[in-house]
Structure formats: structure tokens, C-alpha cells
Design a protein around this ligand. Structure first.
Ligand code: NAD
Length: 470
């Protein structure tokens, strides 16, 4: 979205804390694009240094171009200094991380540190609104408000508004410019603060829900929990399909046509990963337990998710007749296509399981290999998907990058030593794979093996049993 000068109304000074992260940098750039004066503040000096040299430290489609376009305007600056960013800001967006602790609870150390530092740098008589964009446990907005107040100098203070974020990495800019909804949570006494935050989003013309802070915080967790429940549901259905000879992709299509169900998030595969879904479900389960409620559904959702990856490796082992000494190409490492983010990526579970069973893993990812090298010792990396597959006994598709879907299956079959295409993301047409001599095994779909040509010289395909035997 490019905005004309007419739309650039109500310019504010905005500080984005965590402004080099996936959420913070996207918001800093878009808010500057809307015409605001933005200072993106981050303690990571390396990322801030790269941003100041005109580089983009994360992979997010469209972001380098937007940053380049904003550079001459001077509306977006990057710093590591709170003193440069906070004093005089009308809004301070908190976009720091809230990772998981070992018991599933949200780790609020970054939030506590940021809230205290923001408080210390408020100026007396200023009118600042702290906008909690980090995903915070229900009630943590109160903690932010307390920390800001505790550290603020005399005569200074800030109002705190919850404003959970729903963007998807890989489509972050699209999602910021076109939010499905804007949720703003504030104390009833702070209606003016809620209105001011909602007004920042007015250019996007999205449905806006203004509510209390705790409900706003819960909306984020409930939304993510519902989405992953859909994923674990279809993965459980896929398991049954696999055993009983049904095709889960068709089943998903058939149920998705029901408007009460809808077609999205019904892709059977390797389960959910990334920086948000696993940690947010874990945090919601932890919150439920803290409130004396047994989160049975959430626990099942997480258990199914772990099981999906173990079953995938077990299937590779069964179809290859053991993994020891087998050369296995892994296509895709990022937790999903369109990002270099490896946080809770299925590949980080699958690759070590393959290696433990003696497989020699050769991996490819279009953008995540640089980050993966330290996380996956002992794995070799190939520059192209075909190079990873050359001489391999099997190709395992782990991330649904479009370039894998577009792979030349004939060239793949010729390059491989074996014939197994274990399609963890159901990218390929099984019959087309069998046509070129590949054994195709999708998730929740019958394994299809090439039918030997008899007389006619034409190859074909036939369905195999669950172990891949024709
Ligand atoms: P991230 O780790 O990419 O970014 C966080 C940034 O905060 C880092 O650059 C870090 O250096 C910086 N930081 C940490 N402590 C700081 C401090 N005290 N002061 C200044 N900077 C500090 O995280 P992210 O993926 O952008 O997520 C941020 C929040 O948004 C999380 O709560 C997450 O759950 C939520 N969220 C993320 C997404 C997503 O797709 N990534 C979507 C919706 C919501």
C-alpha cells in the first residue's frame, strides 16, 4: 500500500521497542510509511547496525524494498538507546519476545526489562500510550502498567493498552496493511487511549474491536489455540485416512466446503511450528492450569503435533527398510515457506531423529540454511533442491516452499539413487510422481508406487499398502 500525502494525517512520534524483530520491524516500517516519525529501538546492536547500513536483518518479503523506500524520508530511524527513542513519544509499541519457559509459561523477562526502561525514560508532563503488541499472558498488561509507573520519574506516566498482533511471518507486510481485525484492550477509564490506538489503524479500514485489556490478551491466545486445534484435528484424521485407504486432501476439501468449518488450516502435514503457535498454546495451557482448569484439548493438540513428526520419521524408516546408511535429502528447514525463521520448526525435530537412526542428511532451504548451520551439526547443506537429492535414497519434503512444488519430477527421479518421495506437505500429485518412477507417500494419503510398464512401454501407478508395498 502506498499512501498519498492526503492520507498522511495525524502524524505521531512513535517508538517501537523490539524494533529489529519480525513484528517490531514490520510495524516500524509500516507506521513510518503511514507518515509517522518512528524510532525503532532494539538492544541487538548487530541488527540495529545492519539496519543503519541499509540492510534488512530478517527475511520478510517486501520489507527490504519498503525500508529502502523509507530511507530518504528520514521518518524511520534505528537505535539501541532508549534515551533517543522514548522521551516525547506519543506511542511506545512493545514488540519484544515472549518465548516459552520450560513449564510452558511465557518468559516475561524481555517485557519486564523493556517496561522498566520505558518507564525510566518517560518525561514529566508527557502523554504516552504504551501499546502491548507482544503476546502477553492474560493480566500481564497490569504488570507492564505497574513496571512503567514504578520506574517513571515523578510527574511522568503512561497509559497501557493491549493490542495483540495476528500477522503471519512470510506475509507480514500484507497482514499489517490488511489486518483481519484490530483488537484494542484498555481500562474502561482509558477510552481515549483505546480510541487513539484504534485511530492509528484507521487507514487500514479493518473491523475494530475495543474491549477490556484482559479480554484482548485472551483473544490472541484463543485465536492461536483454535487454529492449531484445526491442524491437529486434520492430522489425526490423516492418520486414520492413511490406515483405511482414504485421502485426507480430498476429505479436507469435502469438509472445508461446509461454511461452519471453512477450508483454511485443514492441511495435513508435519504439524505447526514457528515462534508463536507452540509457545502460545503452551502458555494458554499453563494459564488454564494456574486457574485450576485442566486444559485437556490443548494438551491433546500439543501431543498430536509431536507425534506427527515421529510418525513421519518412522514412515521414512519403514519405507526405506531402515535408515542406517541411507542418504536422505530434506527439502525445507524453515517452519513454513516465506520465512527464514527456524523457531520450533518441524525440521529441527525431524533431522536429528533421522541422524540418530543413522541417516546421512543433506538439507536444502531457499533462505534458512545460514541460520540452520549452527542448529543442525553433522548435516550437509546443498545449494539447490536437486543437488540435495542427487544420489539420495529418499527426498523428504518438510517445508512447502513453492519451488519444491514446481520441481521437475523427471529430473528428480533421474538424479536420485532411490525412488522414495516422502511428501510431508502433500505438495505433489502422487500419480505424476509415479509416472516418472517415484514412489510417492503423502501424509494421510495412500502410498502410490510406479506400475512397471508391461508391453505398451507406458509406466503407470498403483496404490500400495500402508508400508508402501504394492
Ligand atoms: P523477535 O525475537 O523477532 O523480536 C524481538 C526483538 O526484541 C528482538 O530483536 C530483541 O533483540 C528485542 N529485544 C529484546 N529485549 C529487548 C529490550 N529489553 N529492549 C529492546 N529490545 C529488546 O520476536 P517477534 O517474532 O517479533 O515477536 C515479538 C512478539 O510478538 C512476541 O510476543 C510474539 O509472540 C508476538 N507475535 C509474533 C508474531 C510473529 O509472527 N513473529 C505474530 C504475532 C505476535
Amino acid at each position: 500500500m502506498r499512501l498519498g500525502e492526503k492520507e498522511r494525517v495525524g502524524v505521531s512520534r512513535i517508538c517501537v521497542v523490539g524494533g529489529s524483530g519480525y513484528v517490531g520491524l514490520g510495524y516500524a516500517a509500516v507506521l513510518a510509511d503511514l507518515g509517522h516519525e518512528v524510532v525503532a529501538l532494539d538492544l541487538d546492536a548487530a541488527k540495529v547496525g545492519r539496519l543503519n547500513r541499509g540492510e534488512c536483518p530478517i527475511y520478510e518479503p517486501g520489507l527490504p524494498e519498503l525500508l529502502a523506500r523509507l530511507r530518504p524520508t528520514g521518518r524511520l530511524r534505528f537505535t539501541t538507546e532508549y534515551a533517543e527513542a522514548v522521551p516525547g513519544a506519543a506511542f511506545v509499541f512493545l514488540c519484544v519476545g515472549t518465548p516459552s519457559l520450560s513449564d510452558g509459561a511465557a518468559d516475561l523477562r524481555q517485557v519486564r526489562a523493556a517496561a522498566a526502561a520505558v518507564g525510566r525514560h518517560l518525561i514529566p508532563g508527557g502523554d504516552t500510550i504504551v501499546v502491548n503488541k507482544s503476546t502477553l499472558p492474560v493480566g500481564a498488561g497490569d504488570l507492564v502498567a505497574c513496571l512503567v509507573a514504578e520506574h517513571a520519574p515523578p510527574g511522568a506516566g503512561a497509559r497501557v493498552v493491549a493490542n495483540p498482533e495476528f500477522l503471519r511471518e512470510g506475509a507480514a507486510l500484507h497482514d499489517i496493511y490488511h489486518p483481519s481485525r484490530v483488537v484494542v484492550g484498555a481500562d474502561p477509564a482509558d477510552a481515549q487511549a483505546a480510541a487513539a490506538v484504534a485511530a492509528l489503524y484507521a487507514p487500514f479500514a479493518a473491523p475494530t474491536l475495543v474491549t477490556d485489556r484482559r479480554s484482548a490478551e485472551m483473544i490472541k491466545y484463543a485465536a492461536n489455540a483454535f487454529l492449531v486445534a484445526k491442524i491437529s484435528f486434520i492430522n489425526e484424521v490423516a492418520q486414520v485416512c492413511e490406515r483405511l485407504g482414504a485421502d485426507v486432501t480430498v476429505v479436507a476439501q469435502g469438509i472445508g466446503l461446509d461454511p461452519r468449518i471453512g477450508p483454511l488450516f485443514l492441511e495435513a502435514g508435519l504439524g505447526f511450528g514457528g515462534s508463536c503457535f507452540p509457545k502460545d498454546v503452551g502458555a494458554l495451557a499453563h494459564m488454564a492450569e494456574g486457574a485450576g482448569i485442566e486444559p485437556r484439548l490443548l494438551r491433546a493438540v500439543l501431543a498430536i503435533n509431536g507425534e506427527v513428526r515421529r510418525r513421519f520419521v518412522a514412515r521414512a524408516e519403514a519405507l526405506l527398510g531402515g535408515l542406517d546408511g541411507k542418504v536422505v535429502a530434506v527439502w525445507g528447514l524453515a517452519f513454513k515457506e516465506g520465512t527464514d525463521d527456524l523457531r520450533a520448526a518441524p525440521a529441527l525435530e525431524i533431522v536429528p531423529m533421522l541422524a540418530e537412526r543413522g541417516a546421512l542428511v543433506r538439507a536444502h532451504d531457499p533462505v534458512a540454511m545460514a541460520r540452520a548451520r549452527d542448529l543442525l551439526p553433522g548435516v550437509s547443506f546443498a545449494d539447490t533442491p536437486l543437488a540435495a537429492a542427487t544420489g539420495a535414497d529418499a527426498v523428504l519434503v518438510v517445508t512447502p516452499w513453492p519451488q519444491y512444488r514446481d520441481a521437475d519430477l523427471g529430473a528428480l527421479a533421474r538424479a536420485m539413487r532411490g525412488d522414495l518421495l516422502l511428501d510431508g506437505r502433500n505438495l505433489f500429485d502422487a500419480a505424476a510422481a509415479a509416472e516418472v518412477g517415484l514412489r510417492h507417500a503423502g501424509v494421510g494419503r495412500p502410498t502410490v508406487v510406479p506400475r512397471p510398464a508391461v508391453g505398451t512401454g507406458e509406466a503407470g501407478a498403483e496404490t500400495a499398502d500402508a508400508d508402501g508395498r504394492g
